[in-house]
Design a protein. Structure first.
Length: 344
């Protein structure tokens, strides 16, 4: 006989805390209380028999053991029905997120508490999260209207059954079946905002590639920024400070080059280095892997807004094309980071 889990409909007890800040990376969410009242029952038909509809087993609001809770979660599915388009820092999302909770047979789960975990603040490339409590309707559907973003980022919102306590193991179990939806807020920088771009390229032997004043990775990133609408981006060169990884020196170098030009507000800086020698495989393709570092800072305050690393691998029949294409791919990744990280 199949066991059927259904969601209770009676009086719900103490509500867990709403909007508690938590870390997206650690998922150490906090809950304020356990649900303690004995649940009611809902009649939720999963199959019809000649005798009529069978009453489903109630979904308890509390569980006595982790194995029991894990078993409970095995018959719950959260699906994202719709999510809003990306927005811009300071502008509201165009629509709410809409999710549905069902069992594995597709039957809706009403009155189920859902945790929505969404981006709430940013410190460089670390994004912290907050939580909101949702309750599904009779169709197992719930909506979440995300707050107006006051920072730019490309991140996600998670939806999962609200754990009955703050036990980290139970939270981990619940989040393991989470549905995920994109949360994107672009930079609010104006098209003419001045941005200095300095990306230092290195040779295979590890030395700085001065060339003839050419900075292929900087040029590739600047071109990518132009295509993205940031027409105020302009190349610069302060590779010595970049190699020292000294943001204060980078800022001072930039200010000296600008000579009081107040149109420039930000510096995008970094490096692109070979991860190893260029190799050629049995099919004659040259393989190139680059490791890139990227930073961004505010010229007015010196605050580091972004610090991240990227890696790309490209192959081509031409060694020169493989290198050039790898630089272009790295520039695309860098540009994406700037679009969703640097803003006023």
């Amino acid at each position: 006989m199949k066991k059927v889990f259904a969601v209770f409909r009676g009086a719900l007890a103490l509500a867990l805390a709403v909007f508690v800040l938590a870390s997206c990376e650690s998922t150490k969410q906090e809950a304020d209380a356990l649900q303690t009242q004995e649940p009611g029952k809902v009649e939720q038909s999963l199959q019809s028999e000649k005798e009529g509809k069978k009453e489903a087993a109630p979904l308890a609001s509390t569980v006595s053991s982790k194995p029991q809770y894990k078993k409970l979660l095995q018959d719950i599915k959260i699906s994202v029905l719709s999510s809003p388009k990306e927005t811009t820092k300071g502008k509201a999302f165009s629509s709410p997120y809409k999710i549905q909770a069902t069992n594995l047979s597709g039957q809706p789960l009403p009155s189920l508490k859902i945790t929505a975990e969404y981006p709430a603040y940013r410190k460089q490339d670390n994004i912290g999260c907050a939580q909101a409590e949702l309750v599904t309707d009779q169709n197992g559907v719930a909506e979440f209207s995300a707050p107006v973003p006051d920072f730019s980022a490309s991140a996600s919102v998670l939806f999962y059954p609200q754990p009955p306590s703050s036990d980290p193991d139970l939270i981990k179990l619940a989040s393991s079946i989470a549905a995920e939806a994109p949360w994107k807020a672009k930079s609010n920088l104006g098209a003419r905002t001045g941005i200095l771009v300095s990306i230092a390229d290195y040779r295979q032997n590890g030395s700085y590639n001065a060339g003839n004043g050419s900075q292929p990775s900087a040029q590739a990133l600047t071109s990518s920024l132009w295509r993205a609408g940031f027409m105020g981006a302009q190349n610069a060169d302060f590779h010595n400070s970049i190699e020292a990884d000294d943001s204060a020196r980078i800022r001072n170098d930039a200010l000296k080059q600008l000579s009081g030009n107040s149109l420039f507000k930000f510096v995008i800086y970094g490096s692109v280095k070979y991860a190893g020698p260029v190799t050629q495989d049995a099919d004659g393709y040259f393989n190139v892997t680059f490791n890139g570092s990227l930073g961004a800072l505010s010229l007015s305050t010196g605050e580091v807004l972004l610090k991240t690393t990227k890696s790309v691998t490209v192959k081509d029949k031409s060694e020169w094309k493989a290198i050039s294409n790898a630089q272009q791919e790295m520039a695309k990744l860098f540009c994406e980071e700037v679009i969703y990280s640097v803003s006023n």
